[in-house]
Design a protein around this ligand. Structure first.
Ligand code: GTP
Length: 679
């Protein structure tokens, strides 16, 4: 297939607006699957996806489509809609040239409609907007098209109208995909290079990597290597996902396909890595961003470059250390100013710039804070070290955009139910983390639960889904501790700064919070939350947010009935049950999305007693007080006895087991409490 006959696109939308259903219809219309031969949502293959009815993992399908006497190869990527899985969308965008943006014609523009539109816009992808579910009785396509004009500046005439369920308008959409989305810009005759954008562990066949081929061609038995390691592999099998694996003789520039090359360990296939022929190494590919031709008229109308505007703001600032400014949408195009964080140099000084607003409110906060303070930056530096290149600013920004999406927001300890299962749980975690590279891991020791790991997730749903996948796909059951957010502790004294080699320590485990006496300030992560809701719920939402220490920033009416509200609020208030409460108070009509908005001072107390109460109709029917933890005598004794006094150590270990049983009891108690409350 020459690249001009290839189209790579993702389907993006808010949760439940019909992405997976549209993918089904496209697979049927193109004859890839027979109508009615499969269950619904063919591409939602994971057990947890089927059980929960949501997509958590982007899936790829290659299909052939006949139009005007030509056969096109379409590579479709179905992406998740929930905010926790945005990194999947970001990664999928790197392998595509365009997106289909679906909006439910009944529900209208929602929080993730804005977020996904913004990601695609930021990555300079062609956007095909489509109103879905026009078959519904209460669908109001004209009103929703007007909302899209107001919120996203999309002309109503550009918006297609479809029913993914019935197939209405889907052939027109396929034609628009071929006509509007540009083909990938690859050269089949150049040395082979491909971007690894997904990988997973197949129980029977080992590690499978999914690659977007940028240039050249690849065939079986070729010798390949990856930029991030020196190892050489022989290609055992290559092919297309149709949507199951179908072997092919060759993969060409512009195609998206799988490679199996006998990788032994799951760590070898790094997502975001570049693969090339061993004999002709290539520089690494950063997320692909095809250069968009600017219309000559637009060029003459173009405003001053974003960098000039920002430099002017910084020079005019009133405060010596910081300033805030807004950038218009035009400024954000084609520059790193669409990113959440980046560094910017003015008159020889380095500034850190943080985007604090969501689209369409592109507000930036600029400080003189050195970028070493940022946790994500360590990763970026590591990444750049691998590349071993002094990359220009733009590439730096692109790398950041790729990595920022991987910032973990919620941490929890994960332990085997029994220490004898430690090794097998470690193996399962390794395998699953290959498929979900956004999870971070460090070892952790707990007196009650033994040896385990502290995992970092992108959100609470992400954590639940990850633990469920561990059980379903790898048969591993585990105990997870209550999730928490990463806090920062700023040390008062040189002694601790030297000991920890940092002035500001990021703490992800409550056990390792330093004593308050050595800390001058604790701080916690805040987020900018965007809520889209019918206007009659505004008061109710305001009350819920205020209870959670939120500060209202904006409220904009999209039309007579829908309003977009923005709040600054602590992440710890969001991760527990905010979303559930918001949904229940607004009968499911409000949608919510958030993005990081820096750290703010807070008060932290290490240990405190917790009272658990079960109430029915306002009457307390049961109560249990959990005392704060005492000094960890058990662990100390085990360590000090070493291996010498095995009998005594065993006794202590048995006591630990009892502790674990107690822990499960507490879990059970919590469960019953929930049941009682519901009752
Ligand atoms: P996530 O992957 O969880 O983000 O959801 P999704 O966007 O993939 O939505 P999905 O395809 O799972 O559809 C959600 C629900 O909407 C399902 O019950 C579909 O049957 C229904 N649905 C999708 N498209 C249409 C449509 O055109 N008309 C009607 N009436 N229902 C639709």
């Amino acid at each position: 297939f020459p690249p001009e006959l290839i189209r790579n696109f993702c389907i993006v939308a808010h949760v439940d607006h019909g992405k997976s259903t549209l993918a089904d219809r496209i697979l049927e219309i193109t004859g890839t699957i027979k109508p009615g031969s499969h269950d619904n949502q063919v591409l939602d293959r994971l057990e947890v996806e089927r059980e929960r009815g949501i997509t958590v993992k982007a899936q790829t399908a290659s299909l052939f489509y006949e139009l005007d006497g030509k056969t096109y190869l379409l590579n479709l990527i179905d992406t998740p809609g929930h905010v926790d899985f945005n990194y999947e969308v970001a990664r999928s965008l790197a392998a595509c040239q365009g997106v289909v943006l679906l909006v439910d014609a009944n529900q209208g523009v929602q929080a993730q409609t804005l977020a996904t539109f913004y990601s695609a816009f930021e990555a300079d992808k062609t956007i095909i907007p489509a109103l879905n579910k026009i078959d519904l009785k209460h669908a109001n396509p004209d009103a929703v098209a007007a909302q899209m004009k107001k919120a996203l500046d999309i002309e109503p005439s550009e918006v297609l109208r479809i029913s993914a369920k019935l197939g209405t308008g889907v052939p027109d959409l396929l034609r628009a995909i071929v006509h509007r989305i540009p083909p990938p810009v690859g050269n089949v005759n150049k040395p082979f290079r491909g971007l690894v954008f997904d990988s997973w562990f197949d129980k029977r066949r080992g590690v499978v990597t999914l690659v977007a081929v940028v240039d050249g061609q690849l065939k079986k038995e070729d010798k390949i290597s990856f930029v991030s390691s020196d190892k050489v592999y022989e290609v055992k099998d290559i092919g297309l996902m149709r949507p199951d694996k179908v072997s092919a003789e060759k993969l060409y520039a512009g195609q998206v396909g799988y490679i199996m090359c006998g990788m032994k360990t799951t760590k070898e296939a790094q997502i975001g890595d570049t693969v090339s022929h061993k004999s002709s190494p290539v520089p690494p590919i950063l997320p692909i961003r095809p250069a968009k031709q600017m219309h000559p008229e637009e060029k003459s109308k173009a405003k001053p470059a974003a960098s000039d505007v920002v430099a002017a703001y910084i020079r005019q600032r009133r405060h010596p250390a910081w300033t805030s400014f807004f950038l218009s949408r035009r400024h954000v195009t084609n520059s790193h100013f669409g990113l959440s964080h980046f560094n910017f140099n003015v008159d020889g000084h380095n500034y850190h710039v943080l985007r604090t607003g969501c689209f369409p409110f592109l507000k930036y906060h600029c400080t003189k804070r050195p970028y070493e303070d940022l946790s994500w930056d360590n990763r970026l530096m590591r990444f750049l070290k691998i590349l071993n290149l002094g990359l220009p600013m733009l590439a730096y920004g692109l790398a950041a955009s790729f990595l920022i999406k991987h910032e973990e927001r919620v941490f929890a300890g994960v332990y085997p139910e029994d220490q004898s299962q430690n090794e097998s749980l470690r193996g399962s975690l390794d395998k699953l983390m290959l498929n979900d590279s956004s999870v971070s891991v460090t070892m952790e020791q707990s007196a009650a639960l033994g040896q385990g790991w502290r995992l970092g997730f992108l959100g609470l749903l992400h954590m639940e889904v990850f633990l469920q996948r561990l059980e379903y796909e790898h048969g591993a059951t585990c105990i997870a501790t209550i999730p928490s957010v990463p806090y920062r502790a700023k040390f008062k004294f040189e002694k601790q700064i030297k000991e920890f080699r940092t002035e500001v320590l990021t703490v992800v485990n409550p056990q390792s919070i330093p004593e308050a006496s050595v800390v001058s300030e604790f701080s916690e992560p805040w987020v900018m939350g965007t809520i889209l809701t019918p206007s009659e719920y505004m008061g109710e939402i305001l009350a819920i947010c205020m209870e959670r220490r939120a500060q209202q920033k904006n409220a904009t009416f999209l039309d007579n009935t829908r309003v977009l509200m923005q709040f600054h609020m602590p992440l710890s208030e969001v991760i527990v049950d905010f979303f559930d409460i918001l949904k229940s108070k607004t009968s499911g009509y409000a949608s919510f999305d958030y993005e990081d908005a820096g750290y703010r001072p807070c008060t932290l107390v290490k240990q405190f007693p917790v009272a658990i109460q079960a109430t029915v109709g306002g009457k307390i029917i049961a109560r249990e007080d959990l005392k704060q933890l005492r000094k960890d005598v058990v662990a100390q004794k085990i360590y000090s006895h070493g291996g010498r006094d095995k009998g005594r150590a065993q006794k202590l270990l048995n006591r630990q087991k009892e502790g674990k049983a107690r822990m499960r009891m507490v879990e059970t108690f919590r469960y019953h409490t929930t049941v009682l409350l519901k009752f």
